[in-house]
Design a binder for this molecule. Structure first.
Ligand code: GLN
Length: 191
């Protein structure tokens, strides 16, 4: 099972490592043609405006929407979550507009810009270690979206069918269970 990590900017190598710990093969995706080789895609953290610009420059927008239209799973982490969202608070334009949710960028105030915590995520038995770095939160979700985790009353993980999004960086710890969860989504979709 090959899972790609969009390699335009951000934490790519760490995601590939976590995908491999979860038992799948990780591939860095730099060109749209490579989307044909993979069954699932991770859009990593970094800076969403930069990732969005590079996605437009290298023709990834329509190619990833097409990938999604075949039910192939996509997992956005941190900036990747922002890239997946239909609406970004305070911005006219969003990016892929695939997940029915409104997100707020840099939502955890200054003192809490970066922090780690343990989160209880629906579908994963024990709490997961989560690293937040200038993280976004999910302000509101549409009916199709299942909230998987909240932190202090704010939504930080959600799923809409074959789409998964987390505010935090699951790839920066040795805890790869959210990647295992995604690998399972990819296996089920590929059946
Ligand atoms: N603050 C970044 C943004 O708005 C996201 C930060 C991250 O991915 N760690 O794009």
């Amino acid at each position: 099972m090959k899972i790609g990590v969009l390699a335009l900017q951000g934490a790519v190598a760490e995601h590939i490592r976590s995908i491999e710990l979860a038992g799948a093969e990780g591939v860095a995706i730099k060109r749209v043609e490579q989307l044909e080789e993979i069954e699932g895609l991770i859009i990593p953290g970094g800076e969403s405006t930069t990732i969005g610009k590079l996605m437009r420059k290298y023709d990834f927008m329509d190619a990833i929407r097409e990938f999604s239209s075949h039910g192939k799973p996509i997992f956005g982490t941190c900036a990747g979550l922002i890239v997946l969202a239909e609406r970004i608070d305070g911005q006219e334009e969003a990016h892929l507009e695939l997940m029915d949710m409104t997100v707020t960028r840099n939502a955890f105030g200054r003192q809490r810009e970066s922090f780690e915590t343990d989160l209880t995520i629906k579908g994963i038995e024990e709490p997961v270690r989560a690293v937040f770095i200038r993280a976004p939160l999910i302000q509101s979700v549409g009916e199709q979206v299942d909230v998987l985790c909240e932190y202090k009353g704010e939504i930080v993980t959600a799923r809409q069918g074959h789409l998964l999004a987390s505010s935090f960086h699951p790839e920066l710890t040795d805890d790869y269970r959210l990647h295992s969860y995604f690998v399972k989504m990819v296996e089920e979709a590929a059946k």
